[in-house]
Design a protein around this ligand. Structure first.
Ligand SMILES: C[S@@+](CC[C@H](N)C(=O)[O-])C[C@H]1O[C@@H](n2cnc3c(N)ncnc32)[C@H](O)[C@@H]1O
Ligand SMILES: [Zn+2]
Length: 270
C-alpha cells in the first residue's frame, strides 16, 4: 500500500522503508513505535506543544468512552460510506473517535491528521488500521487532489488547503455546532446565549447537503465535566458553575450538530 504523504519540507514524493519515509533530498521522517508518523517540521511549530494538550485530549477520550456522541459518529460513517471513497482524510482528527469508525466500515485508505502529538499518540496506539500523522492541517503533508472525502469535525478550516487536497469529484464534510449545542450548559455562564449558525461555505466549494442532528440526552454530571473541558468555553466555567452543576447527578443537555457536505467548485480556485 503506497501512502499518499509528500515531504513537508520540499513537497517531494516520499519513499517508504519499514521504519521511515524519506524524500530525494534526504529529509527523513521516522514512524513512532505507536505507528504514527511525525510530519511536522520543527520550524513549522508555533509552540512547543501545538494543538490540544494532554488534559484536553484525556477529557475528550473520557467523554467519548461514554458513547454520548455515537449517534453523530454513525451518521458520519453513513455519509462517508455513501460516497464509496478510496481515500479519506480526517483533518484535526483528535484521538480518532470518528476516524477509526470510518476505517472500520469501508474499504478505503483512511488518514487522520492532527497537530497535537498527545492526541495522535493515543489514536495510533488504539486504532491500527488508520494512518495517523502529526502535522498541520494548514499545510498538510499530502499530495494534490489525493482525497475523495475530506472530513473536518470541530476543527479549524483552511479553505485553500482543503481545495488543494480534494480531488475534482471529491466531497468535503464539515461538522460544526448546531444552533442549540450545549445550550443548557451555556445558560449557566452567559446571560444571553447566542445560537450557532451554519458554517460558511469554504471558498472553492459549493454546498451539496445540509443535515441538522439534534437530540437531548441525560448526561451524568462527572461526564459533563469532561465534556465542558473539551469545549472552547471551558475557561469560562468557574468553580461556582461546577458547584451549581454538581447539585444534580445528571442533566438534560442538547447535543446539536450541523453536518455540511460540499463539492469542489472546479471553476473557482481560492
Ligand atoms: C475540537 S478538537 C476536535 C477533534 C476531533 N475532530 C473530534 O471531534 O474528536 C480540534 C482538533 O484540531 C486540532 N488542531 C487545531 N489546529 C490544528 C492545526 N493547525 N493543524 C492540525 N490540527 C489542528 C487540535 O489539536 C484538536 O485535536
Ligand atoms: Zn524533502
Amino acid at each position: 500500500m503506497t501512502l499518499l504523504y509528500r515531504c513537508p519540507l520540499c513537497s517531494g514524493p516520499l519513499e517508504q522503508t519499514k521504519q521511515s519515509l524519506c524524500c530525494k533530498n534526504r529529509h527523513q521522517f521516522d514512524f513512532a513505535k505507536e505507528g504514527y508518523i511525525n510530519l511536522l517540521p520543527v520550524q513549522n511549530k508555533k509552540s512547543k506543544q501545538p494543538g490540544d494538550n494532554l488534559q484536553m485530549v484525556q477529557a475528550r477520550r473520557a467523554f467519548f468512552s461514554t458513547d454520548h456522541y455515537v449517534f453523530l459518529r454513525e451518521k458520519l460513517v453513513e455519509i462517508v460510506a455513501k460516497r464509496a471513497p478510496n481515500t479519506v482524510i480526517d483533518l484535526g482528527c483528535g484521538e480518532g473517535f470518528y476516524t477509526h469508525a470510518i476505517a472500520d466500515s469501508i474499504a478505503a485508505q483512511v488518514y487522520g491528521v492532527d497537530i497535537s502529538k498527545a492526541a495522535v499518540k493515543y489514536a495510533a496506539k488504539r486504532y491500527k488500521h488508520v494512518n495517523f500523522s502529526v502535522a498541520s492541517i494548514k499545510q498538510t503533508p499530502f499530495s494534490n487532489s489525493c482525497a475523495d472525502v475530506l472530513l473536518s469535525v470541530f476543527a479549524p478550516i483552511f479553505a485553500e488547503e482543503l481545495y488543494r487536497l480534494c480531488n475534482d469529484n471529491g466531497t468535503l464534510v464539515i461538522v460544526s455546532p448546531g444552533p442549540k449545542h450545549l445550550f443548557e450548559l451555556k445558560q449557566q455562564i452567559y446571560d444571553d446565549v447566542q445560537l450557532h449558525e451554519t458554517v460558511n461555505t469554504p471558498q472553492g466549494f459549493v454546498l451539496q447537503e445540509h443535515t441538522l442532528l439534534e437530540v437531548r440526552q441525560h448526561i451524568d454530571t462527572d461526564v459533563l465535566e469532561d465534556l465542558i473541558q473539551m469545549t472552547p468555553f471551558a475557561w469560562k466555567f468557574k468553580d461556582n458553575h461546577y458547584e451549581e452543576l454538581r447539585k444534580a447527578k445528571a442533566h438534560a443537555v442538547t447535543l446539536s450538530f450541523y453536518i455540511s457536505e460540499f463539492k469542489k467548485d472546479n471553476s473557482e480556485q481560492p
